[in-house]
Design a protein around this ligand. Sequence first.
Ligand code: ARG
Length: 452
Amino acid sequence: DEGVVRRDRFSGGPARSFLSSLAADERIFEADLEVDRAHVLMLAEQGIVDDETAGAILTALDAIEVDGHDGLPDGEDVHEAIETAVIERIGEDGGKMHTARSRNDEVATCIRYRLREDVLEAIESTLALRESLLEVAEEHEETIMPGYTHLQPAQPTTVAHWALSYEGAVRRDTARLLEAYDRVNESPLGGAAFAGTTFDIDRERTAELLGFEGVVENSMDASSSRDFLLETVQALSTHATTLSGLAEDVIIFANRGFVDLSDDYSSTSSIMPQKKNPDTLELVRAVAGDAAGAVQGLTTTLKGLPRAYNRDLQRATTHAWETVDAVTEASEVAAGAVATADWNEDVLAAEAGEGFSTATGVADLLAANGLPFRTAHEMVAVAAETGGDYDALAAAAEEVLEEPLESYVEPAAVEEALDPAESVASRNSQGGPAPDAVGDQLESAREALAED
Ligand code: ARG
């Protein structure tokens, strides 16, 4: 068998394990069997391989599946090892399996076949997180909390408004992953090494058998492009970045006593008995670094690769597996941590007005009563220096406006603007934190989730 002789000649040497992707290919073992089955069936249907040989190959593939990836003979990769195993089982005719294809279109098909499943799981994890966030929002539509910019108290808001801010971002993460999925879900099989084949193959048929939505038409593109990997890893990295912000917020909130994480999502210290640490969320935060690293690694590997297939591509694939696993898990953990956390409403209410966080509302009130907003801003800023309560505002009015505060606005209205809950209730612009506005946001978020 010349093939075997040739293979032996090229399969030894000190670079053997460096060349081999067999261990990492465990991830696409099942995919490769499915791709082999579809290809062989198509070859038989097209009369390229006789039915008897095709049947024997399919039977051998079933037996190989039972033995599992660990039962494979040695090989440079899973494609070669499975082919060798087929030949070992049914003889030289097993080599007909590789008619009209190459490992180049084969591996690209296997990666897409498996990645499809993984991306769906990642999408599921984003849906679970959105569900968790919506449940928090539904439960805490009126739970006042401090809102921050620059990590400084800024304006009071609600837990629902905060949760919906992340739901919106995760909704877009879902959309990006769905889009990536569509481009992963195309079949390169039949592209062969890159240059097509003389055999009368039916690429639409293998695409259909493998559940792909059509083919990657150009055979050189099919066998050698990996932008689908990059797009997927980028979408995952974007989601991981969203997760890292969410994790950071909850870590800070736990630190301030706003929220208690469930024990299931906390960790203790091996020395300090009193400790309850947000380790799971710290790991979620860190996954964004890994994912960003994968985008970088993959981009750098793909950059400047000439057409067509180059073995560099073997090392591109693992970035996708590592990233999709880590980000999906992080997303699931974030969903669980958010769903099980307890919000301390009293602490949140007490903190919501800290740092004169209702100042903007007071300035708005003065502006609504005819004072130019910039003048109102200046006056309230002066009041902020001296405590930011009613008396401070009254004194600032005398100083800056040279008029009593009551000549602009009723004292009761000022007191109302100074109250964090009233402050939130008054901000009912579209997308704002007032319970009415949050109700509308919840409605559109629920609709979008049901659709996705
Ligand atoms: N294991 C390779 C990969 O992951 C596929 C084999 C193609 N090898 C080749 N020498 N053309 O990309």
